[in-house]
Ligand binder design. Structure first.
Ligand SMILES: CC(C)(COP(=O)(O)OP(=O)(O)OC[C@H]1O[C@@H](n2cnc3c(N)ncnc32)[C@H](O)[C@@H]1OP(=O)(O)O)[C@@H](O)C(=O)NCCC(=O)NCCS
Length: 182
């Protein structure tokens, strides 16, 4: 899959991407609210290998994509749609950017594209996303792309040595508005 956006391209991971993945995957600040990381080099290589392996899966459920900035062709992050329950047409989205790429509206561009993939390409009925309530930037992105804040789960995850709450956001297919084409 390849998706061309205004300033970004979302494309399949390739073997050589592991070094660019490692830039953000090994940054403790980037992974602070994530279930994984900080990555060792081996973790980053394994992540890319698994992502490539899934590309050949006939019943693919993990659509993990690299985020490439058009201006300099640099891989600046990763994102994805995960079809968690095909029988319920349910999926989840997520995204992660290199720290020096924060604050430019890239995640908002990516998030809107992930919803479009989920509802238009994968024909999902419901798309969800969770974030740690302390992750204000991510919550703001989910709000900006039109997802509804649906729940606050207390002590939902044992992560990085502590119980963490999760905020759940959701959108239904009838609420999805495809982005206007310029
Ligand atoms: C979360 C993340 C993807 C956001 O990426 P980004 O490209 O900087 O996001 P955008 O620029 O599109 O939008 C961020 C919004 O959050 C706001 N924001 C940023 N930091 C904030 C803070 N500490 N408190 C409140 N709002 C904040 C920004 O002002 C912006 O909103 P605005 O357009 O209304 O001004 C990025 O910070 C990241 O990769 N974090 C680490 C990985 C991660 O947490 N992923 C999400 C897991 S749920």
């Amino acid at each position: 899959m390849i998706v061309t956006l205004d300033r970004l391209v979302l494309r399949e991971f390739e073997r050589h991407d592991w070094e660019a993945v490692h830039v953000y995957g090994s940054d403790p600040e980037v992974v602070r609210y994530l279930a994984w990381g900080p990555n060792t080099e081996r973790d980053s290589r394994t992540f890319v290998q698994h992502a490539i392996g899934r590309q050949l899966d006939k019943n693919r459920r993990h659509w993990g994509l690299a985020i490439v900035r058009k201006a300099d062709e640099q891989l600046i992050g990763g994102c994805g749609v995960y079809v968690s329950a095909p029988e319920h047409r349910e999926g989840w989205i997520g995204y992660c950017l290199r720290r020096d790429a924060w604050g430019h509206g890239y995640a908002t561009e990516v998030g809107a594209a992930l919803l479009a993939i989920g509802f238009t390409e994968l024909r999902l009925h419901r798309v969800s996303a969770t974030c740690d309530p302390r992750n204000a930037a991510s919550a703001r992105v989910l709000e900006k792309i039109g997802m509804r804040r649906e729940a606050h789960l207390r002590e939902h995850l044992w992560q990085k040595g502590e119980w963490r709450d999760s905020v759940v956001f959701g959108m239904l297919e009838q609420e999805f508005r495809p982005p206007a084409r310029s």
